[in-house]
Design a protein around this ligand. Structure first.
Ligand code: PLP
Length: 458
């Protein structure tokens, strides 16, 4: 039998992956997991430094979640939500509304973050038709925003590298600058400058806009671009004042990543629509949800005669919406957040990470260090004073992350930003291994201790 790496090269096409390089590289194949470690087919163990791409919350093979999924498997794996109820989907919805910002009242299930965002966009769009304001049909979004890879979510995405190729397929949206202080010329005033620009746009001709979509507090996929305090709250005020909806994409930030259950709660904001995914099932199974207000929901409940037999039905759904195994995992994961005291321990962990990151603060190739709770980006640059980036072809971020592999740590870069996104439940000893490896890898890569690195990167 051919080995797995060979079969991978023969048959797989990996997501977000330059496949030519992949085919030439060495493949690490994960065979199992235990706690906060991933174990490959050769028995090597690695700290899962990016929560298996931002979704794992409590670790791998967590007794209570495993048990909940097994128990559900003994009842039923899946039944449809089209025309039928399903016990775990109901229990989960009640829990979600219980922990969500007050004002969100209904849960619509999907199976990926991108789909949850699509649902939010379509609900916002149709809501204004329902209430007789059909000219509100344009979305406001942010440069460097990321909301998933389906055509609708790409239309409100602002990362050129990912989104440019699909330009002709997308609907038009209005984009404003990311308010991140490092990238915005107004630095510490970035948030206010961007809010002022949005206000101006809304004040002149604002009646064509239906919603603003934002990743609250931090634009993750762009390289952990944090937003200053008050920006989200300011946006909420503006959207209220001008009668459009606020869509919070909490697919990455939800479920304790930023230090609170949801990022919106740090600014006391209740969005009109909130997209959840990734950590919703503890990172176990593909479950996502769009939460919305009673008011939006009610607008879809018109009299059947009002507009043909279907009234104002929301014609959207996925075969696996509200999948029973996924919902069972999600219920167990949410219960575990409270039973394990995870939230109470977060401040200490966040402070620990902050302290360790300070060790890199003066490094000549570290341009900026950004942290929002358990989400971290270390921005590597060729010249710190001039903020000159590295030539992208050198793939410096990838090389630093490869180096960390030798310390038994898996981290993934976004361009030249080294991203750390440990599970919120990760214990301090494992966090220390992650931080040791990260600090050492950044230092050693640039001092030449990393064998095999590209000499051109100097
Ligand atoms: C990952 C992500 C998505 C997309 O979720 P998928 O499950 O990969 O479709 C959407 N929005 C944000 C903010 C994300 O980080």
């Amino acid at each position: 039998m051919r080995d797995l790496a060979e079969l991978d090269r023969a048959y797989l096409w990996h997501p977000f992956t330059p496949m030519r390089q992949w085919l030439q590289g060495r493949t690490t194949i994960i065979a199992s997991g235990e706690g906060f470690e991933l174990i490959d087919t050769e028995g090597n163990r690695y700290v899962d430094g990016s929560s298996s791409l931002w979704c794992n919350l409590h670790g791998h093979r967590v007794g209570k979640i495993d048990q909940a999924v097994r128990a559900q498997l003994d009842r039923i794996a899946h039944s449809t939500l089209l025309g039928l109820g399903s016990a775990p989907s109901i229990e989960l919805a009640a829990r979600l509304i219980g922990i969500a910002p007050a004002g969100l009242a209904k849960v619509f299930y999907s199976d990926s973050g991108a789909a949850a965002v699509e649902v939010a966009l379509k609900m916002a769009f149709q809501y204004f038709q329902n209430i007789g304001q059909g000219r509100r049909r344009r979305f406001i979004a942010f440069r460097e925003g990321y909301h998933g890879d389906t055509i609708g979510s790409v239309s409100v995405g602002g990362i050129d590298l990912f989104h440019k190729a699909f330009g002709p397929l997308l609907f038009e949206a209005t984009f404003f600058d990311s308010p991140n202080r490092y990238y915005h010329p107004a630095a510490d005033r970035a948030g206010q400058v961007v809010l002022d620009q949005i206000e101006q746009t809304l004040a002149s001709g604002g009646q064509e806009y239906c919603a603003v979509i934002i990743e609250p507090l931090i634009q993750a996929a762009a390289g952990m671009l944090t937003h200053g305090a008050g920006f989200l709250g300011g946006l909420r005020e503006l959207t209220r004042k001008h009668g459009l909806l606020l869509v919070a994409d909490e697919v990455a930030t939800g479920f304790c990543r930023t230090g609170t259950m949801f990022a919106c709660q740090q600014e006391g904001v209740c969005p009109d629509l909130m997209a959840l995914g990734k950590g919703l099932s503890g990172g176990y199974l593909p479950v996502s949800a769009t939460l919305t207000s009673q008011e939006i929901f009610d607008s879809f409940c018109g009299e059947p005669e009002a507009a043909g037999y279907a009234g104002r039905t929301f014609f959207h759904g996925h075969t696996f919406s509200g999948n029973a195994l996924g919902c069972a995992a999600a219920i167990a994961s949410i219960d575990l957040i409270f039973e394990s005291g995870l939230m109470e321990e977060l401040p200490q962990k966040i402070a620990y990470i902050r302290g360790r990151l300070a060790e890199l603060a003066d490094h000549p190739h570290v341009g900026d260090i950004r942290q929002c709770g358990m989400m971290v980006g270390i921005d590597l640059v060729a010249d710190r004073q001039k903020r000159r980036p590295f030539d992208a072809n050198l793939r410096v971020g990838a090389a630093v992350c490869d180096h960390a592999r030798r310390y038994g740590v898996i981290v993934r870069p976004l361009g030249d930003v080294v991203v750390l996104m440990p599970a919120p439940a990760m214990d301090l000893a494992t966090l220390a291994r992650l931080m040791d490896a990260t600090v050492a890898s950044v230092r050693e890569y640039f001092t030449g201790d990393a064998a095999g690195r590209s000499s051109a990167a100097r």
